[in-house]
Design a protein around this ligand. Structure first.
Ligand code: KIV
Length: 300
């Protein structure tokens, strides 16, 4: 396949995406990664032709209604990952390791990641953080679990950082982030998410690494882009960061559709003849007809 052939071309024979395949896309056709949290989400993302489906811990905010991603548990992530896995996506299926599942020890990190793979069907895991995660990442890579890194604005750090803030705007912070990126590459991650990073810094990191970077709020010069599905489809009932482009307003369409159904029910227009089941044996109706004089009409 040439570098410019879109992998999502209708009718194209599309090969299963793997972690080494994503790794090999460095400097080639830009990668697309989208979140999904359930079976229909997985089907939609895959039918559209994304390269990577991320079962992000953003499920906490956009699906489960929690305030922060730190409130989602490993069992929740396994549950949602398994639902997406049942869509049998062509896309690589990556599951986020939730907060505190990769902090205590390399052994515990491995046990938790293995549950995402064995019980959830994940084909790779993603975890947030820089140099301090190197030991954990090495443990997973040695056990042949592909790992995606995630630095910059890491939502699990919300309390330590004092909010959700763009990272790396000052020289010292930018240097530290470049060091983190290099350390993660050295530890063996196959791709690196850069979130909430000034565009020139994301470009500089992308140029220095031999693995692909996937940006979100990190400008156009990364090797790929990732968005939260509910943000891009207009299904998020919370905050929309400035980097989100809404490609649809499905909340509005959904409310309008439900409203129309309510009106149809109220005016007796739903269900129609075609939407109702009929008796095969019309004579059987006599058996269930009400005796004359009884008044048991629906609504009485
Ligand atoms: O949880 C998530 O959705 C993420 C993406 C924003 C990269 O980590």
């Amino acid at each position: 396949m040439s570098n410019t052939t879109p992998t999502h071309a209708p009718g194209a024979i599309r090969k299963k995406v793997t972690a080494p395949g994503v790794r090999a896309r460095k400097g080639r056709e830009p990668l697309t990664m989208l979140t999904a949290y359930d079976f229909p989400g997985g089907k939609l993302a895959d039918q559209a032709g994304v390269d990577v489906i991320l079962v992000g811990d953003s499920v906490a905010n956009v699906v489960l209604g929690y305030e922060t991603t730190n409130q989602v548990a490993l069992d929740d992530m396994i549950h949602h990952t398994a639902a997406v896995a049942r869509a049998r996506p062509r896309a690589l299926l990556v599951a986020d390791m939730p907060w505190m599942t990769f902090h205590v020890s390399p052994q515990e990190t491995l046990r938790n990641a293995a549950r995402l793979v064995r019980e959830g069907g994940a084909e790779a895991v993603k975890l947030e953080g820089g140099k301090s995660r190197v030991e954990m990442i090495r443990k997973l890579v040695t056990a042949e679990i592909p790992v995606m890194g995630h630095i910059g604005l890491t939502p699990q750090s919300v309390h330590a950082a004092g909010g959700y803030k763009v990272q790396g705007r000052r020289l010292e912070d930018a240097r530290r982030m470049i060091d983190d990126a290099l350390a993660l590459e050295e530890a063996g991650v196959f791709a690196l998410v850069l979130e909430g990073v000034p565009a020139p810094l994301a470009q500089a990191i992308t140029r220095r690494l031999s693995i692909p970077t996937i940006g979100i709020g990190a400008g156009p010069d990364t090797d790929g882009q990732v968005l939260v599905m509910h943000d891009m489809l207009g299904l998020n009932f919370g905050h929309y960061p400035k980097f989100v482009r809404r490609y649809a307003d499905l909340s509005r369409e959904a409310v309008a559709a439900i409203d129309q159904w309510i009106r149809d029910v109220h005016r007796g227009g739903f269900p129609s003849e075609e939407e109702s089941y009929h008796m095969i044996d019309a004579a059987a109706l006599e058996l269930i007809e009400e005796p004359a004089g009884t008044d048991r009409a629906i609504g009485h």
